[in-house]
Write a protein that binds this ligand. Structure first.
Ligand code: NAG
Ligand code: NAG
Ligand code: NAG
Ligand code: NAG
Length: 839
């Protein structure tokens, strides 16, 4: 294999190919209305950001679907023959980066991302900052060798495209301006126009750094155009839908160029010329189009490395960035402001006095926010396949169609492995984000609710367009409207509205939820202005109603199956029969809809199975609907949802409480016996959910049972957090071992929060004991709260100290991070936990 250039699909065919087909299906109310309302109602601070979550660094604007400007960054060390295998672009665990992290980030301001790439001998720092009108931005790219004695290069490839949109005759263009001979060959100026964004310029300027040279060689230029001592530029045309494949296209163009060089010069090329061989040239004599590659190859034999700026200026803005000095100030101001904002929201105490926990928390939050993306494109949906409820074998969705295009503004569980919207994760992300930026969290929630279709359904994974789909095995891209997922977004909404309602009661409507924002001059109009909340709530309310209806109708349990057997059971007679639920779509081994995949359920699946967690989640939905009806002053609806909530709370105890084990359990029909009702108890997260979601009455005597379960080191309590499944369960650590003991932050967070809710005395400064619980229970809660909180912090922080990363979950035996790396989705809830002070 020459130069490590394996068999790349030749993408030139693709480049020439036409735009992908789109099937259009209008969403049931106008998307424009909602987004326009936003743009008028809220600040415009969120137009530009690195919204391409899956790239190490990639920019696109939000809400601009027709003719966005797209920007991305790639890099590699070009001194080796097999360098191409180490070309970086999309975040991947396989790149073996020692670190990649937003050290500070706020989508309203900008931030600093640091990447340590040992295989490319590179310490890369990228700053991003915006002007106050959010129209202009700067990217400052700074690279240093990790070890200058290794004599490597860093070849950075920038690419950008002005999308054409639907009308090829439209005005949208991006052109290189050639200022003649006077211009420095490493400085670039582009002028662009976008139908949506207006007129703009893009300027690329070096601040310092040496380009590749080699004194032992007479000439660095290996063939005309391949000269690593100077920047190279190739402009061409790529269909809008293929721009995301910039890396593949670069590789295939470069491979063509290399083949051509080998044909001309033979295979024995001086190793000092390799950096030039790996420099892109315009071999195919493309006419300059809207897509541009700029490649800069820096010599990394000096400690100080290189630095260059990319500036985007909207020509209609009065705040254009016109000097490097101004850019520096913009960057410094942004970093300063992010620090102030962070401290205003999270006063992180550092017990060891090293300052490190604050740094850790800032990074973790920065990465959650840095994962926020804007996605647009079609979604693959199967509305025909019927679930198999006889054999419960895994489901094949074969009758799928592309629908849309749709848009989604969301954060992601992890940029490397899960760079797309997840319904189950997002609510947890918002519980963290809302503590920092209430408006942002609310906008993300609304964007999700905007996807609820006319049947009330929203997909569990939202995978929009080919770029997002490229990260997902094909069978998993297909979404089915029969499959639900825990409605965590309604949990987040419920928490947001509860906060607002408390605020309303304490301060009256006009006061701010987030007072600190005002002082910083960053508007938080939603948090501070109840009118906006009401306006958006009005828009989303009908959708939420249909979502609630869809959820409760599709996941409704078959209580009829039990009626005959239970005729004489007094407790069973009290069950509210219309308020029992199950997860539709489980298989023998998995219950994907529950979000807890391989958590043990009834051994033999049965259509009559009733799931305690499904019921608890509906309780959360009902509570959320109650709150939103309250805010909208819909008294009748509020009462009705309150009534539903009450019935669900009662059903949890009447139907799912197992007095033998003292926990909440699933219910099913005993298939091997005589079809009698049977409780299926596997102690773990499922048994905790009614507690975790605050659905038990505040004075419930059962609280003690759950505290005991959580505090038992032989069951759920570990030095690293609560195990998902009891150590004593027969399935602990077995099989796929995903939700069978591993420690997950999302449920641990809910449990801590619930302890605080039921036992306010666990917080420093609260009265010694509450009247609701006796001293023994109260002390138990205090001890659990403090040890659990400490264990979670120490373990996630300890893993970060050691490896620079946070993880998807943590091992229940030794606490090491497992699963996907830099999983700064719900694991970021550690930031809220750090803030909450125990005794
Ligand atoms: C990377 O560079 C930054 C400054 O540019 C420095 O603070 C940091 O320590 C460097 N990291 C490593 C691992 O060399
Ligand atoms: C780097 O270059 C210097 C000077 O040319 C040489 O002495 C040294 O051995 C080289 N280092 C490596 C790792 O090749
Ligand atoms: C390669 O680029 C360097 C830097 O611009 C220049 O000095 C040199 O003349 C170029 N080589 C050729 C053969 O053009
Ligand atoms: C310069 O080229 C020679 C081969 O001609 C090579 O051995 C040496 O490593 C190169 N130096 C650098 C710094 O790349």
């Amino acid at each position: 294999m020459l130069f490590g250039a394996s068999n790349f699909t030749v993408l030139l065919v693709l480049i020439a190919s036409c735009f992908a087909k789109k099937t259009t299906q209008e969403s049931f109310t106008s998307k424009e209305t909602l987004e326009q309302t936003f743009e008028q109602g809220t600040n415009s601070e969120l137009l530009w950001a690195p919204y391409r979550s899956n790239c190490y660094f990639g920019i696109r604007p939000r809400f601009v679907d027709g003719t966005p400007f797209i920007f991305g960054l790639m890099w590699f060390d070009t001194t080796k023959f097999d360098s191409m295998t180490r070309l970086r672009h999309f975040v991947s665990d396989e790149d073996h980066l020692e670190r990649f992290t937003w050290e500070a980030y706020d989508p309203r301001l900008g931030g600093r991302e640091n990447i340590i790439d040992p295989e490319n001998n590179l310490n890369l720092t990228i700053h991003f900052a915006k002007t106050h009108d959010d129209q202009n931005w700067i990217v400052r790219v700074n690279g240093k060798p990790l070890d200058p004695t290794l004599n490597t290069t860093t070849s950075v490839i920038l690419y950008m495209n002005q999308n054409i949109g639907k009308d090829p005759e439209g005005p949208s263009r991006l052109m290189h301006i050639n200022n003649g001979n006077t211009q420095d060959e490493n400085t670039f100026e582009f002028t662009g126009i976008s139908e949506d964004l207006g007129k703009y310029e893009v300027l690329i300027n070096d601040n310092y750094g040496n380009y590749y040279t080699n004194d032992t060689l007479d000439s660095i230029e290996v063939v005309p155009g391949c000269n690593a001592s100077r920047s190279s530029h190739v402009g061409l045309t790529i269909p809008d839908t293929e721009v995301w494949r910039a890396r593949d296209i670069f590789q295939s163009l470069l491979t063509d160029s290399i083949k051509d060089i080998v044909k001309e010069l033979g295979e024995t090329i001086d190793s000092g010329l390799v950096p030039s061989v790996l420099t892109l040239r315009n071999l195919h004599e493309f006419d300059q189009g809207n897509f541009h590659y700029i490649q800069k190859t820096f010599d990394m034999r000096e400690e100080k490395g290189f630095e260059f700026d990319v500036v985007y200026n909207n020509m209609d803005s009065t705040q254009t960035i016109d000097s490097g000095k101004q850019a520096t100030k913009l960057i410094n101001d942004a970093i300063y402001e992010i620090n102030v904002r962070f401290d205003n929201h999270f006063d992180i105490e550092d017990t060891e006095n090293t300052g490190d926990k604050r740094k850790f928390a800032m990074e973790v939050l920065g990465n959650l926010l840095g994962g926020i993306g804007y996605f647009h494109g079609t979604q693959v949906i199967d509305r025909e396949t019927v679930l198999d409820e006889d054999q419960f074998e895994s489901i094949k969705f074969e009758h799928f169609k592309e629908e849309g295009p749709y848009s989604l503004f969301t954060s992601v569980p992890s940029r490397g492995f899960f760079p797309r919207g997840f319904y189950w994760d997002e609510g947890f992300h918002l519980l963290q984000i809302m503590e920092y930026d209430f408006d942002l969290a609310f906008q993300i929630a609304v964007s999700w609710f905007n996807l609820i279709d006319e049947n009330g359904w929203v997909a569990r994974e939202v995978i929009l367009g080919p770029e997002a789909r490229s990260k997902v095995p094909q069978e998993f891209t297909i979404q089915s409207p029969q499959i639900a997922n825990p409605p965590t977004l309604l949990l987040a909404l419920s928490e947001m509205l509860t906060k607002l309602i408390e605020n309303e009661n304490e301060l009256g409507f006009s006061h701010s939820v987030v007072d600190a924002e005002q002082e910083e001059g960053i508007s938080s109009q939603l948090g501070s202005n109840f009118e906006y909340i009401i306006k958006y709530s009005k828009i989303i309310y009908p959708r939420l109603q249909s979502h609630f209806k869809w959820f409760t109708e599709t996941q409704k349990g078959l209580i009829e199956e039990y009626l005959e057997d239970m005729e004489d059971d007094e407790q069973f007679q009290e069950v509210h029969q219309n308020f029992v639920y199950r997860w539709l779509g489980r298989t023998v081994t998995h219950c994907l809809p529950s979000g807890l995949d391989d958590y043990p359920r009834a051994e033999i699946p049965d259509v009559a199975e009733l799931n305690v967690d499904a019921l608890a989640w509906v309780g959360t939905m009902a509570r959320s609907m109650k709150n939103i009806a309250h805010i909208l002053g819909l008294e009748k609806d509020e009462l009705q949802y309150a009534e539903t909530e009450r019935k669900i709370v009662e059903n949890l105890d009447l139907l799912h409480w197992d007095s033998k084990t003292g926990t909440y359990c699933d219910v099913t029909l005993d298939a091997e016996g005589d079809d009698e009702m049977q409780r299926v108890c596997h102690e773990g997260y499922v048994s905790l959910l009614p507690f975790a979601l605050k659905l038990m009455p505040r004075n419930s005597p059962k609280l003690k049972n759950l505290l005991t379960l959580m505090s038992d080191p032989e069951k759920l309590f570990s030095p690293f957090g609560l195990r998902s499944l009891s150590k004593q369960d027969e399935h602990f650590g077995a099989g796929e071992n995903y939700w069978r003991g591993k420690i997950w932050m999302n449920i641990n967070y809910l449990c801590l929060d619930a302890i605080q809710y039921y036992f306010p005395e666990v917080i420093a400064g609260s009265p010694e004991t509450s009247e609701l619980h006796d001293k023994e229970v109260s002390n138990m809660a205090k001890k659990l709260y403090n040890t659990l909180r400490e264990n979670l912090i120490n373990n996630v922080y300890g893993n970060w100290k050691e490896t620079n990363y946070v993880y998807e979950n943590y091992d229940p035996v030794d606490g090491h991070g497992t699963g996907s790396v830099q999983f700064t989705g719900w694991t970021s809830l550690i930031v809220n936990i750090l803030r909450h002070q125990g005794l």
